[in-house]
Design a protein around this ligand. Structure first.
Ligand code: FAD
Ligand code: NAI
Length: 468
């Protein structure tokens, strides 16, 4: 009897653990199977949390080294204690994963430690980490097994010199040089960490722009700012091979459109060209669960797979591979299973790149609106004209509000600037409520705050910003 559940969740990342907690809140008897030694998935163990701990720490180092003088603060010789910095990261990860274990206990969720295999609807076999196996019977199964590093032929990750984000977040010393393959979220964030600590970072990007999913103006500005910080970019370039030697790693590069190859020798290569859904060992084929053309678990609008009683959420299904998207899907599917109307609004999911300055976006980009033939008005406001940004000596960037030409409804907002990731919450909320640019423009914003730039950009949609 003890092994019978209302819900078995496979994977304890932000999708899985949040789903388990919400289901328990709704009165279900829940087990969560996790094969990793700690809870929290990619995000807490090797993703969002450790990367943000190192971004924060390396920002402090950069600040002490180069920026405190601006504020009239004199510091003596600044030294890096990389072990101490990694210790901070490990502590933050530890506190977070232990926090999830506490929440599981609080909500009476059984954590089954092992690798799960779907043995059919209502049945999950677990190869226990401690040896032996256990079969769980359940009314419903939620697959939340996340994603893994996208491989690149000719570039074999050894997590020593050719690393994925996992190895790059745990390097034992500061490399002199690094090639980052892929100018996306991981490349720019993790590249920034090492660049601040003294590494010469070169980003090699296949397309002719970095951050291809973001608004074009934001990408352009981001490249300019990171370039000023010392990051080098090779756009429209592909890596055809990376060979470790006794001097470093020899990396061969070619123009993406074809042409003469060149070789660069660097200490470390970071492979960050995207992530792929992770379904290895789950037995989905045998269980008859359909995948889509990109290997993701195929689901309908209610997260149901083609097999009754089996659902999927998070990185393993379609949509942006973001922790908060996985969390919201976890809540929604638990509520659906409880007979409620769980729902995720995919039009208002913010995306944030935690570089300095940050880039944040919600809704449609200008390129998307043009492509879809939507008539819109754009309002833009630079941080150079924002009092708080001046006080922070951080005036790079802007806020751009895109609103429907006829209805004035906000269709997208794109920010590059200090704390853009925190500022975007206001806009996600505005979009959830179907706000117009005028609604934002008429909302009282505290002075002096960075968010006043949002209000001004909203005023600029109607051509009436005050401070520019
Ligand atoms: P995951 O977090 O990947 O969790 C899946 C879990 O399932 C894993 O713990 C795995 O061990 C387990 N599992 C898999 N198969 C089995 C099995 N058969 N049996 C038992 N357990 C199994 N997103 C953001 O929103 N913000 C960020 O700042 C951010 N930073 C990131 C930084 C890095 C370096 C990386 C790599 C990713 C980052 N992400 C970020 C993305 C984010 O981590 C993912 O979107 C998120 O973790 C997806 O959650 P998930 O629950 O779907 O899967
Ligand atoms: P990404 O999709 O963000 O970026 C990959 C980049 O690599 C793209 O610019 C792409 O054009 C480029 N690329 C693809 N193939 C290439 C090749 N062969 N050679 C050179 N460039 C190539 O993927 P990334 O950075 O690996 O991150 C994976 C995912 O993890 C992200 O998409 C995001 O969903 C999530 N993530 C989110 C973070 C956040 O929310 N702040 C931080 C880190 C990761």
């Amino acid at each position: 009897m003890a092994d019978t559940y209302d819900l078995v969740v496979i994977g304890s990342g932000p999708g899985g653990y949040v789903c388990a907690i919400r289901a328990a809140q709704l009165g279900m008897k829940v087990a969560c199977v996790e094969k990793r030694a700690t809870l929290g998935g990619t995000c807490l163990n090797i993703g969002c949390i450790p990367s943000k701990a190192l971004l924060q720490a390396s920002e402090k180092f950069e600040e002490a080294n180069h920026h405190l003088g601006t504020f009239g603060v004199k510091v003596g010789k600044v030294e890096l204690d990389l072990k101490g910095m990694m210790g901070h990261k490990d502590k933050v990860v530890g506190d977070n994963v232990n926090g999830v274990a506490f929440l599981f206990k609080k909500n009476k969720i059984d954590w089954v430690k092992g690798a799960a295999r779907v043995a059919g609807a209502g049945k999950v076999d677990v190869a226990l980490n401690g040896g032996g196996s256990q079969t769980l019977t359940t009314k419903n199964i939620v697959i939340a097994t996340g994603s893994d590093v996208m491989p690149l032929p000719g570039v074999v990750v050894d997590e020593q010199r050719i690393v994925s984000s996992t190895g790059a977040l745990a390097l034992p010393e500061v490399p002199k040089s690094m090639i980052v393959i892929g100018g996306g979220y991981i490349g720019l964030e993790v590249g920034s960490v090492w660049q601040r600590l003294g590494t010469k970072v070169t980003v090699v990007e296949f397309l002719d722009r970095i951050l291809p999913g973001m608004d074009g103006e934001v990408s352009k500005q981001m490249q300019r700012i990171l370039g000023k910080q010392g990051m080098a970019f090779k756009l429209g370039t592909k890596v055809t091979g990376a060979k470790p030697t006794n001097k470093g790693v020899d990396v061969t590069l070619e123009p993406a459109k074809g042409g003469a190859a060149e070789t660069m020798t660097v200490d470390i290569v970071l492979l960050s060209i995207g992530r792929k859904p992770f379904v290895d060992g789950l037995g989905l084929k045998e269980a008859g669960v359909a995948l889509d053309e990109r290997g993701r678990v195929k689901t309908d609008a209610h997260f149901a797979t083609n097999v009754q009683g089996i659902y999927a959420i998070g990185d393993v299904i379609a949509g942006p591979m973001l922790a908060h998207k996985a969390e919201d899907e976890g809540v929604a599917v638990a509520e659906i299973l409880a007979g409620q109307a769980g729902h995720v609004n995919y039009d208002a999911i913010p995306g944030v790149v935690y570089t300095w300055p940050e880039a944040a976006s919600v809704g449609k980009t200008e390129e998307q609106l043009k492509q879809e033939g939507v008539e819109y008005r754009a309002g833009k406001f630079p941080f150079t004209a924002n009092g708080r940004a001046r006080a922070m000596a951080s005036t790079d960037g802007f806020v751009k509000v895109l609103a429907d030409k006829k209805t004035d409804r906000v269709l997208g907002v794109h920010i590059i600037g200090p704390e853009a990731g925190t500022m975007i919450a206001e806009l996600a909320l505005a979009m959830e409520f179907g706000a117009s640019a005028e609604d934002i423009a008429r909302t009282c914003h505290a002075h002096p705050t960075l968010n006043e730039a949002v209000k001004e950009a909203a005023l600029a949609v109607d051509g009436r910003p005050i401070h520019i």
